[in-house]
Design a protein around this ligand. Structure first.
Ligand code: SAM
Length: 275
């Protein structure tokens, strides 16, 4: 069946360009254009928006983003085998798709920010997804250059991103995300929706920046959460010893017998600010 955008079905694109999926690059492709549209729609209106995409692969999600009206897509792809397939998409949407061959972890996205709003949308390679998210959450300047992040993760990572205190999945990632963003899991995607299917269910997470997060130094917050969750079963008076222990907890007015997973983001920020 031909796709609505007039481009060939992704299965044909993959066969024609010999894009057999490579595990080392986290390649699990989405071939159903209805599903890629659903992912892209989670980002809200794309009219007039420049989208940064990581890992376009054969271009399924890229095509959905362009079909939904994004002004431009700047896509960073590490696998040079995908470039000819992406050139076909670029030719179909003249001037609207720029593909950069490279490693997204080494890409300075901020230096490429154009006029107008930017959203980030990606079906992320699982081996680098969390690190990319953390990089996008840590700039000193806030609000950041992006208006929203719409990202596919393994479900378990999604649960850690949206977790609040007293939740089993709550940890360093939940504190960082909760401090600077509002986030929710939009919908799950079963393994069989991908080619090849991964072992676990995936989920699409949508994050938007808080305009006024609690004032806090990211490095200090990282230091406190690393100590606290490094020994998450221990009482804070024990786990926080390397960063001030009981004295720090007393200054922050926090019971030293509590454990890391019971502390709210506000309490972690209070501790960080007292370091
Ligand atoms: N967007 C496509 C889709 O939805 O079908 C492909 C998604 S696949 C899960 C991840 C993609 O990221 C692959 O195309 C892979 O080659 C690419 N990739 C892996 N590591 C990368 C990195 N460090 N920087 C940029 N792209 C990377």
């Amino acid at each position: 069946m031909a796709a609505l955008d007039g481009l060939p079905p992704l299965r044909d694109v993959i066969a024609r360009h010999g894009l057999d999926a490579r595990k080392a690059l986290g390649q699990n492709f989405l071939l159903d254009l209805n599903l890629t549209q659903k992912v892209a729609r989670t980002a809200g209106s794309l009219e007039g928006v420049t989208v940064f995409e990581v890992g376009p692969g054969p271009g399924g999600l890229t095509r959905a983003i362009l079909a939904l009206g994004a002004k431009k897509v700047i896509a960073v792809e590490r696998d040079p085998r995908c470039l000819p397939a992406l050139t076909e998409v670029a030719d179909h949407y003249p001037g609207r798709l720029e593909v950069i061959e490279g490693d997204a972890l080494k890409t300075d996205f901020e230096s490429m920010v154009p006029e107008g709003p930017v959203k980030i949308i990606a079906n992320l390679p699982y081996n680098v997804g969390t690190q990319l998210l953390v990089n996008w959450l840590l700039p000193r300047q806030w609000p950041p250059f992006w208006q929203s992040l719409t990202l596919m993760f393994q479900r378990e990572v999604g649960q850690r991103i949206v977790a609040n205190e007293d939740d089993n999945h709550y940890g360093r990632l939940g504190v960082l995300c909760g401090w600077r963003t509002e986030s929710h899991m939009a919908f799950d995607v079963p393994p069989q929706a991908f080619t090849p299917p991964p072992k676990v269910t995936s989920t699409v997470v949508h994050l938007t920046p808080r305009l006024n997060p609690l004032p806090c130094d990211p490095d200090k917050l990282e230091k406190v959460t690393m100590a606290a969750f490094g020994q998450r079963r221990k009482m804070l008076r024990q786990s926080l010893k390397p960063v001030g222990g009981e004295a720090l907890l007393a200054k922050a007015d926090i019971d030293p017998q509590r454990r890391a997973e019971t502390l709210s983001v506000e309490e972690f920020c209070r501790l960080a600010n007292l370091l």
